[in-house]
Each structure stands twice: as C-alpha cells, then as structure tokens.
Design a binder for this molecule. Sequence first.
Ligand code: ATP
Ligand code: MG
Length: 456
Amino acid sequence: MISLKKIFSVVKKKSKNKAKDNTKQSDPIVIPRSQHSISRKQIDPHALKILYRLKDAGFDAYLVGGCVRDLLLGHEPKDFDVTTNASPEEVHKLFKKSRLIGRRFKLVHVGFGRNVIEVATFRAPPEEDQHVDGRIMRDNVFGTLEQDAWRRDFTINALYYDIRDFSIIDYTGGIADLEAGLIRLIGDVETRYREDPVRMLRALRFVGKLGLRLDDETERFIPQLAHMLADMPAARLFDESLKLYLTGNAAVTHELLCHYGIFEVLFPQTGALLHTEQDSFPRTLITKALENTDIRIDEGKPVTPAFLFAALMWEPVKQRWQEHKDRKIPPIPALQRAATEVISEQVRRVAVPKRFTLMTRDIWTLQIRLEQRFGKKAYRTLTHPKFRAGYDFLLLRVQAGEPLSELADWWTMFQEAEEPQQQKMVSSLSATQAGAPRKRRRRRRKKPAAKSVASE
Ligand code: ATP
Ligand code: MG
C-alpha cells in the first residue's frame, strides 16, 4: 500500500475540524502534487487524454470518485470517472468517439467497448421540489465544483484530482477520513439515506471492499432505514447486488448485510430462514458459495450470477420443494413448482433477469438428475449444457454439510473415467443408489361387471 503519511501530516490539522462538523465550507483543502502519492503513470492513459483535451479546450477537468480514493489507498481503480464544467454537448463535440447518455441528467461516454470513460458535468444539489417522500426523483441541475462535491455520497468519494497542477482537492474532509479509515456520509446522514437508500448498500460495499470502518452516525441509521430499500426499483437492486456479491469481497460483505438487517430486505424468503436457523445449514451453504466465488474472482476465473442466485435461494426452494413432495407431487415437478414460486417472489425485489434464472433452475433440477444414474441417465446428465454448474452446486452442498459426499465422489470419478470404467460404475450401482424409480407392479384390472339390464 502506498503510504498516505506524507499527505496527511500536511493536512491533518486543517482537515480534522472539517471532518468533524461535516458541513459546507467554501475553501477546500488543496494537496499539491509534491505531497500526495498519485502519479500520472497510475492513471488510465485514455482518461488522461480526456482530461488534457478538456483542459486544452479551456475547461476545468478532474478525476473524481472511486479512482482517486482507490489510488490514494494503493488499490487499482475499477474505472476512472471524469468531471468537468463543460456541458455534455460541449464534451460530445470535443470527442469524436463519444455518446450522450441519459435522458434527464446527461452524461457522456467517451470511447467504446471496455475503454469507456464516463464524463459528467458538475452537478448541483437537488432542489426541494425534486424530493418525493425524501427521495430524489430528479438530480439534473448543473452546478459548481463545490456543489458537485457536496452532493456526492461519502467524503472519501468526493476527492478531485486536478489535471492543471495534479493537486487533490477536498471540500468535505475526505482526506482526513481516509487517514482515519472512516466511511462517512456527507451532510445529514438520515436525509442522505432517505434521498437514496442505495447509499446504505454502497456504505457496506465499501466497508467490505476497502476494509474501512463506518463512522458512527453513518452506521447508526442503517438498521433503522434498511426497510426503505424495499421500495427501490428492483432492476437497480439487481445491479447493486452484483456489485455486492460478484466483485471479490462477497463473503465479508454478506456478513455485513446480514448484520445490519439488509440481507433480509433484499432476499426476504432466505432472510426469514436465516433468522430461524442462525449459524446452521443455510448460512453455511451461502457462506461457502461466497467464499468460493471470491476465490474464483481472485484467480481471474469466470463467475455467473446464476450460480450465486442458486445458492442464495436454495434454502427456501428446498423447503417448498419438500412441501410439494409431501403433497404427493413427483420430485421434478415439485422442484419446478418450488423454483417458480421462489423466483417469482424474489424478482419482485431484486430483478434477476430471465437469462440467469433459467440457468438457476437448471442448476437446481440437476440436483435431482445427478441422483438418477441408472441406464443411460448418467451419460445424458453428463452432456447437459449446465452439467458443470450443477455438479459444482452438488460439491457446494457437500461442503455445507449435506450428506452427499458419496454421490459427489461418484460424479467426480465418472467424469474422469474411460467408457468401460463408466459402464462398470453404472452397473455396479444398486437400484436405490442409482436413483431408479421403484418398479410399479401392474395391477390386474378387474373385469367390469356385466351391466345388468335392469339398471339401464
Ligand atoms: P467503485 O470502485 O465501485 O467504482 P465508486 O465510488 O467509483 O466505487 P461509482 O458507482 O463508480 O462508485 O460512482 C462514482 C462516484 O459517483 C462515487 O465515488 C460518488 O462520488 C458518486 N456516487 C455514486 N453513487 C452515488 C449516490 N448514490 N449518491 C451520491 N453520489 C454517488
Ligand atoms: Mg467507480
């Protein structure tokens, strides 16, 4: 990690008071290039080019948000965001390869494909009439740099890197908070959460990702206001859930979500079970799934949201599945019915797109198919397009303590075995092991009694 000491020794005295009162002040702390660690070598060359082009055209231009924060903390930024006093149309004119995005508040995407840099015009705080029940409905007024800083979420996300002299500009006490390892909402905490409850998710995501602590006030309101997330658009909560669970810090972030009562708002059906069965099976399966996911991401392996959601919803599905089987519905239709019920309730809160839920269902159904190994079934299951995910899910269930290790070992061997060996493996299974259906004895139909003429 790059040492922050140098910056902080200089600004400590100045910024301490600022961080404490957390109210608007007009002159920012400016940290000159000689006193901070961000070098141009660490900045995406494409983002640098954009900053220079804006500057040369006479505009102010800054890097802002996560990239400045991450560079100061010694992390590699996920993306580089630029902010400027140029209007979106002016930005669009300056860059041939750019697109205007958004209907109300326009942004410009410069570049294409993986190399897109978002350029936003300074934004002013929302006006009173833009609030509905405390929530911001429109956030579309251009403003000054200072206004732009105060409408951001956390102080550590409101630091600006100035391309003119490579200094860092801090209006809200973000530098002091970085030093103290604090995530602090800017302004009145309750108001800011009410304006946009997703900020609660962001707060916990940054704790999980950066290992910083929540400031007391920023923390205190989360359990009280967590319920507000239920009214957020489900599509946005899906996007946020991917950031929470598929960016490499899922296990610790999940613990935080549970701790602050947010998980049960996002996943009410699973959440209800976690409450009744603390520290037992459902928690273990989810935790294992998330630990595995984090490892895969760390190793640069692909992960699919379908697998994640299969794990997050497995317990309520299992419960409903059992209920349907108790009502004498055969296993596969019973599972399909359970899956439909649980998924349709879940997507009202977190809008998981169908392309993922279809695969989630396949993963679950494969749990039955993996048990049925008689005749040609095992060969057919092996060629199922989602076999690998289904098999991985079986391994996960074993890791979480379900008594399925024999079945899992069998499949591990079966995949690697040559054809004759595979045949032996199938034929040496007993009927019950192979999951074969019990043979039904045909009952002789009684001959219908000859109709009596009298009854006609
Ligand atoms: P990440 O590393 O996940 O990209 P980030 O802080 O850059 O973290 P983004 O979603 O890319 O997160 O947002 C960029 C910046 O926009 C944030 O740093 C913050 O200043 C501002 N921002 C994002 N979401 C909000 C919000 N809900 N309310 C206020 N400001 C926000
Ligand atoms: Mg970002």
